[in-house]
Design a protein around this ligand. Structure first.
Ligand code: ZN
Length: 143
């Protein structure tokens, strides 16, 4: 799937974002290695610590459905370019360090980066000498 289409899918989610406090709506579209797209939105809460970002909403939905290998995630916001926060970078790194992250001011001005470049030396827990996550995560861990 091309970057633009994935980004437009993320944009299409903006109306579902729940952001009454910040007014900063975010939509995400996560592309799995199998070519399936999972979407997410940011969900705020009156107890501010309970906020969850669009990227993690999409990833949690994908993992719950049995998908753990991701190719790319596109992030759109009501205020233009929106790179994932540190928590989301680490959350996604668990599964696919080599995935691409796509965002931009609009669909005509997209930028992308490899997740491991956005999170240098990301945390990987090894158990019995093996990293968790999908096969892509294994490859990244072996670099
Ligand atoms: Zn985040």
């Amino acid at each position: 799937m091309e970057d633009r289409k994935l980004y437009e899918t993320a944009q299409g989610m903006l109306d579902n974002a729940y952001a009454p406090y910040s007014g900063f709506s975010v939509g995400a579209a996560l592309l799995t290695a199998d070519g399936i797209v999972f979407t997410g939105v940011n969900i705020e809460n009156g107890a501010y610590g309970e906020v969850i970002c669009a990227e993690r909403t999409a990833a949690a939905t994908a993992v719950a459905a049995g998908y753990r290998e991701f190719k790319a995630i596109a992030v759109a916001s009501s205020k233009g370019e929106a790179w994932p926060c540190g928590i989301c970078r680490q959350f996604l790194y668990e599964f696919s360090p080599a995935m691409r992250v796509i965002t931009g001011a609009d669909a005509d001005h997209l930028e992308s980066a490899v997740l491991s470049d956005l999170l240098p030396h990301g945390f990987r827990l090894e158990i019995d000498g093996q990293t968790a996550g999908g096969p892509e995560a294994e490859k990244e861990g072996a670099r």
